[in-house]
Write a protein that binds this ligand. Structure first.
Ligand code: GAP
Length: 507
């Protein structure tokens, strides 16, 4: 059964994964807070990324640089001049929309669009097969129609830019019935501006970084001079980025404050193509290894028209979210564009000297750039399942054990006969190494359901048999299989299971 986004959003709220930011004050669009379970999940994702891409490798070092940097950095990177989206305003309602994300309804202006069909080229831009992409468009249009109280039947839609090119005058914005209220598309810079120091003058303008990548380029020379690194090597950074997105949407997918996990991998120009291929495949495999089923995860190479002018190859790792196929991570071959720009703007030499070959040159770079929030959302979507256990429907989050917010829960079957004391002692022992919960409230079946919804892979119950033979019941989240383990061996058994050990066959 296809996952409905509303169900996931409500589970996230109910169980404390994700809350709307500033909710007691009515919220703020495009900002989200991670609750007690969400913060653990997202932290596990970032830790897995750092462990697998930085600490376990010999050719990668980490960095943590400031969010506000010298504004010249954003001139060099092109963000001051060009980091913008085409926007349209509705003169009637004062609403503002991203032009490329607007769908308008064919039946509102039949004169401009007789067929109401999106073009092949536009569909291709969405990724996936044309059929799937068309389905995505239709779903979004129906949702939009519902939101603005428009009829949803027939759901014939076309993207705004396509209509605009034909006859903008007849276009009707989604929140009005009047035609001709939409302005021409205009550019809108996505960077959040602020002022550094007491004076709010143009000379004190600074920006909240819209990506972590530029801080890496700005520190290239510092790292080369201090870390004894030799090409090929990478610099990795995890941190917050900010974009004043015009139309934040799809839960945390497009937020105004989000976290990125970025690598700039520097190499000799003639090796860049091979390293690009390596990172494209390695990053795809990272997601599948942590449980993103490969048929929802896709690798899409950009065609020539889509490539940035400095890039010779780029691929998007995409995920089929309930709201459509969308980008999780981009892997780009960026040539020597960034270092060259920073040399030009800073006047500093950022070239590299190869001691062995006695050669000086500007390294080329491959950039795998991922979003921690989008990864969290994809892992949540993938994990969400509803199945039947004991004649009842249960909701379960089947997280990979490395990512599960809580690794195990310990229960006393009843609150007497020494069971709580025994269970608490096991809980204390397991907590030394893992995030483990203790729960003694309600029927044990309900406690299992609570942990299933939180995605806890294993439950450990102290029952009456424990009090006679000192064994406990282990229960596996996914198969609901149960088996007994000596209480003294519970910590070792849990460690083995979390490291990929098999769940024993049914007794
Ligand atoms: N340095 C390259 C760069 O920033 P990007 O495609 O703009 O490239 C990289 O962003 C990743 O950051 C995206 O694949 C996505 O996972 C995440 N990301 C970008 N904008 C985001 C937003 N508004 N909300 C959440 N995540 C976002």
């Amino acid at each position: 059964m296809a996952l409905e986004m509303d169900k996931l959003v409500s589970l996230c709220k109910r169980r404390g994964f994700v809350f709307p930011s500033s909710e007691v004050y009515g919220g703020i669009n495009g900002f989200w807070d991670y609750g007690p379970l969400g913060v653990e999940l997202k932290r596990n994702i970032k830790d897995a990324w750092w462990r697998d891409n930085v600490q376990s490798r010999d050719d990668m070092v980490g960095l943590d640089c400031s969010i506000i940097m010298n504004p010249r950095i954003w001139e060099a990177s092109g963000h001051v001049g060009g980091f913008s989206d085409p926007m349209v305003d509705c003169r009637a309602t004062k609403e503002r929309y991203r032009a490329d994300q607007m769908y308008v309804f064919a039946y509102l202006f039949p004169a401009t669009n007789a067929k109401g069909e999106p073009t092949e080229a536009w569909l291709a831009g969405l990724g996936g097969s044309p059929e799937e992409a068309a389905e995505g468009v239709e779903k979004r249009a129906v949702k939009l129609a519902r939101k603005f109280g428009k009829p949803t039947d027939p759901p014939e839609v076309t993207p705004y830019l396509q209509i605009a090119a034909e006859d903008r005058i007849k276009v009707v914005g989604p929140a009005t019935d009047e035609s001709g209220t939409l302005t021409e598309p205009r550019s809108f810079n996505l960077m959040f501006k602020t002022y550094v120091g007491a004076l709010e003058s143009e000379s004190n303008v600074a920006y909240l970084r819209p990506e972590t990548a530029q801080g890496i380029f700005a520190n290239f020379k510092n790292v080369v001079d201090t870390a004894r690194v030799k090409l090929p090597f990478g610099i990795a950074q995890i941190g917050k980025s900010f974009r004043n997105e015009i139309n934040p949407r799809n839960f945390t997918f497009r937020s105004r404050e989000f976290e990125q996990m970025e690598i700039e991998f520097f190499c000799r120009p003639e090796e860049a193509k091979d390293w690009y291929k390596y990172w494209r495949d390695a990053r795809f495999a990272w997601y599948t290894g942590l449980g993103l089923r490969s048929d929802r995860l896709r690798l899409r190479d950009h065609d020539a028209e889509e490539l940035a002018f400095y890039s010779t190859a780029t691929a998007d790792i995409e995920y089929a979210f309930p709201f459509g196929v969308s980008e999780l991570e981009g892997v780009a071959h960026r040539g020597d564009y960034d270092l060259t720009q920073h040399m030009k703007f800073s006047g500093k030499d950022l070239s590299y000297f190869d001691e062995e070959k006695k050669e000086r040159f500007t390294p080329h770079v491959v950039e795998p750039s991922a979003g921690a929030d989008r990864a969290t959302l994809a892992f949540l979507c993938e994990a969400f399942a509803e199945d039947e256990v004991g004649g009842e429907v249960r909701t379960v989050l089947r997280f990979h054990p490395r990512l599960a917010p809580v690794k195990a829960a310990v229960f006393p079957l009843v609150k007497r006969d020494g069971m709580p004391e025994k269970a608490q002692a096991i809980h204390r022992e397991l907590k030394r190494n893992h995030n483990v919960a203790y729960d003694e409230k309600g029927a044990v079946g309900r406690r299992y359901r609570r942990q299933d919804e939180a995605g806890t892979p294993f439950c450990i119950t102290v029952d009456s048999q424990t009090m006679t033979d000192d064994t406990v019941t282990f229960r596996d989240r996914d198969s609901c299989r149960q088996w007994r383990v000596p209480a003294a061996g519970a910590a070792a058994a849990l460690r083995d299971l979390l490291e990929g050990g098999a769940v024993p066959a049914a007794e």
